[in-house]
Structure formats: C-alpha cells, structure tokens
Write a protein that binds this ligand. Structure first.
Ligand code: GLV
Ligand code: MN
Ligand code: MN
Length: 417
C-alpha cells in the first residue's frame, strides 16, 4: 500500500514560475546556462528552501548539490530524487527543473504531514546536465558515476575559453565532498518527455525503461580564405561549402537509419565570417542518437566515409573528433515496478517508453538502481522557450514520483544498506 499523501499542485506550480524568473527571457523561457550567475542564484534559492525544511545541504567537488531529509533508519541508504536546474540558452521552464522542484515539493509534502520515511530522502541538483556551455552533457552526474574524473570536468572549456573549474569557483559552488562519496541506494528522476508520444496517445505518465545511445562529434573544415570577387570558382577552397555538404550528408545518414535515428548539427562557427571573404575555416558539432549502439556504429562509419571522401575530392582538410559517447541505458526493474505501481494507484493512463533525450539518470543507472517518470509537454516541444507543460501534468508527475519513492521505501527494509 502506498501511503495516501497528496502533493500541493499550486505550490509546485508557484515554485516553477518563481524560479523561472531567474534567467527568465522576454519570450517566456529561461537562459540559465550552467555555472553562470543565474545558475548561482537558483542554487542559492534551492539551498535556502531545503534548509528551511530542516534538510542538510552538501555540495561535491563538481558542484552537485545534495539535500538530505533524515528517515527513521539511518542504516538505510537514502533514496534520491534528482534532475537539473541548468538550461539551454533558449531553454524552457520545465526541462530538468520539474524534476528538482517536484522533488522539493515532495520534501515539503512530507514535512507538512510530519511523515517519516524508513530511508532518508535526498534531493539532488546535478551540475551541467545540458552540456550546452561545457560539452559533454550530464557532466556532474558523469563524474559522480565515475564515467569522467574531476580533472576532465574541470578542463572542459566553453566557446570563450573559460573552463568548467574556473566557472564553478567563480559562482562559489566548488564543494569539498569527493564526487561519488555522497552515496544513495536508488534514484528516481521526473522529467518532461520532450517528445510527442504521450500527448499523441493521450497518456499522462511515461514509465521510462531506458535512454537511447548518444554520440557527439566536433568537425573542423579548413580551406583557404580568399577574395570573393576575384577568386575564380575552380580556384576556391571554400570551407563553408564543404561543411554544408557534410551537414547535408549528416541529415541523410540519420534518415538512412530509420525513424529511430536522429542526427543534428546545432552549433556552427565560420571564420572569418565576412561577406566578401571565401570562408577559410568552419567548426561545427554533430549529435547522433539511436536506441541501439550497433546502429550508432554504422552511422559513425558513414560519417567517417563522408569525411574521407571530402579529403580526397575537395582540397579541404576536415578533422573529426569524437567528444562524447553515452551508450544506450536500461533502467532498474524494481524502480520501474514502483513507478508502475504508483501510476496505477494514482489512476493515470501510462505507457512504457525509451527516452530520446539524455538525462542524469542515464549515468546514475551505472552506480545505483534508477528509473525515470515522464509527463507530456505541449506539441512535444522542448529546448525551446515555448516549451509548455500544464499545472495538472506537473502535479501528476510529481504525485507519481512521490508514490514511487514511498513504494520503494516501503520495500526498503528488505534491501541491504
Ligand atoms: C540534454 O538535454 C540532451 O538530451 O542533449
Ligand atoms: Mn533535461
Ligand atoms: Mn535539456
């Protein structure tokens, strides 16, 4: 039996709207890139809210924040609820944020009811989930899970040459705890779907069984700067034309691998970026995703072949760097059972699904039993200032999250600490 506790939908919504003002954009979105001053402000806000509830907040060496609410039994490992508060440069109000503020709402609900869980509960704000300012994505949870070491995280540079380590220290969130030393027994992550399936099928809850594989690459194409008026077409080594042909090929590679494959170029820089200079150098990024790692291998082989062909034919010098590889992930059957049970108890239409987006849960699944809960977002739109999820949908996801955590906690006494 899941204890009958109800979250406060209005209070949850108000916290989403209040913090949306931190880095809020005129078009109703949020620009809160990781480790900026806006990120510091929302972190300070979260810390204060958690401390007001009697939680102890600890920060680790890569800025991950952990707020602990004690349980009846200190010998049990905490059950974590985690997601992220950083956003894309033109991000929405829900991506990641719902998972953290939904967790905060659960702490408030338990606090008001004077409810004691068996295990302690732990709310986590993971650093740099988005990977927009510092590639790769899921960096804080990745260091926690031992996928990356701290030195690697610290060395990541944004496009202005500022390192992750410098930015972390500048906002005062370099904690002393070693990453991975603050342990928990399981983690649940609530998130908006960021795709169209739940809305199209009129489901309220996604029981997320896994995350698809992802690979990020950086490509530089070098040609030669020249005068646009006086350089005959056959004499040019136009890096942008070469890059454009590769970008076209990247879309084709994704299409060749069926509806589950996606391929995107989201960032491009042209040098010298002057209208009457033939571009001499282009830098751009590639993001390939598919639920099967073998398909990503095939897509990668085609990308390498396209680059090879350019080297042979176009008098350009392309260079490919693989900067990130996150294999496909399967979540824990026990955690998923708790989510399913909770969705059924709350009476929400639900379906099992795989996540198209990356999430901290994908790395945490390597070190602790983990599962995710999705709620719909309007038109499946995300990484967009217009990203939108209703008060009712946010509340439904948070209620299912609460039920899942309490169900898992109820079974917790059977688990070793
Ligand atoms: C993170 O938002 C990602 O899926 O790229
Ligand atoms: Mn997210
Ligand atoms: Mn995102």
């Amino acid at each position: 039996m899941i204890p009958n506790l109800q979250i406060d939908a209005r209070r949850l919504w108000d916290s989403l709207m209040e913090t949306a003002g931190i880095g809020g954009t005129p078009r109703g979105g949020i620009a809160r890139l990781t480790l900026t001053d806006a990120d510091r402000q929302v972190r300070d806000w979260l810390k204060q809210e958690c401390e007001r509830l009697g939680c102890t907040v600890t920060v680790d060496e890569v800025g991950n924040m952990f707020a602990v609410r004690p349980g009846r039994r200190s010998d049990l490992p905490p059950i974590a609820i985690g997601s992220h508060l950083d956003t894309q440069p033109t991000g929405g109000k829900f991506d990641g944020i719902l998972g953290v503020l939904g967790g905060l709402e659960i702490l408030k609900t338990l606090h008001d009811a004077g409810y004691e869980t068996n295990a302690p509960l732990m709310l986590v704000n993971w650093t740099n989930e988005e990977g927009s300012r510092f590639a790769p994505a899921m960096l804080g949870s990745g260091v926690y899970a031992g996928v990356f070491d701290r030195a690697y995280a610290d060395s990541r540079e944004d496009r202005q040459g500022v390192t992750f380590g410098e930015a972390l220290e500048a906002i005062g969130y370099r904690g002393s705890a070693k990453a991975g030393s603050i342990r928990f027994g399981a983690m649940f992550e609530l998130h908006i779907e960021q795709g169209p399936i739940l809305e199209q099928e009129e489901k309220v809850v996604g029981i997320v069984e896994g995350v698809q594989g992802m690979r990020w690459y950086e490509i530089s194409v070098t040609g030669r700067e020249a005068h646009t008026g006086s350089t005959p077409m056959p004499m040019r080594r136009d890096a942008l034309v070469g890059a454009a042909r590769l970008i076209d090929r990247i879309e084709a590679i994704a299409l060749e691998h069926g509806p589950s494959a996606v391929g995107s170029v989201g960032l491009i820089e042209v040098q010298p970026n002057s209208r009457n200079v033939v571009p001499g150098h282009v830098f751009f990024t590639v993001d390939f995703r598919h639920p099967e790692d073998a398909v990503l291998d095939a897509m990668e082989r085609k990308l390498l072949a396209a680059i090879d062909e350019m080297t042979r034919k176009a008098h350009l010098e392309p260079e490919l760097k693989k900067v990130w590889e996150s294999p496909a992930v399967r979540f824990d059957a026990d955690c998923l059972a708790s989510v399913q049970k909770s969705a059924e108890a709350a009476g929400y239409p639900a379906r099992r699904m795989i996540s198209g987006a990356g999430h901290d849960a994908a790395y945490i699944a390597r070190v602790a039993p983990t599962a995710m809960i999705f709620v719909p977002c309007a038109g499946g739109l995300s990484h967009n200032e217009e990203e939108s999820t209703s008060l009712e949908e946010c509340a439904a996801g948070t209620q299912v999250l609460l039920g899942a955590v309490l169900d898992y906690d109820g079974r917790g006494t059977e688990r070793p600490s």
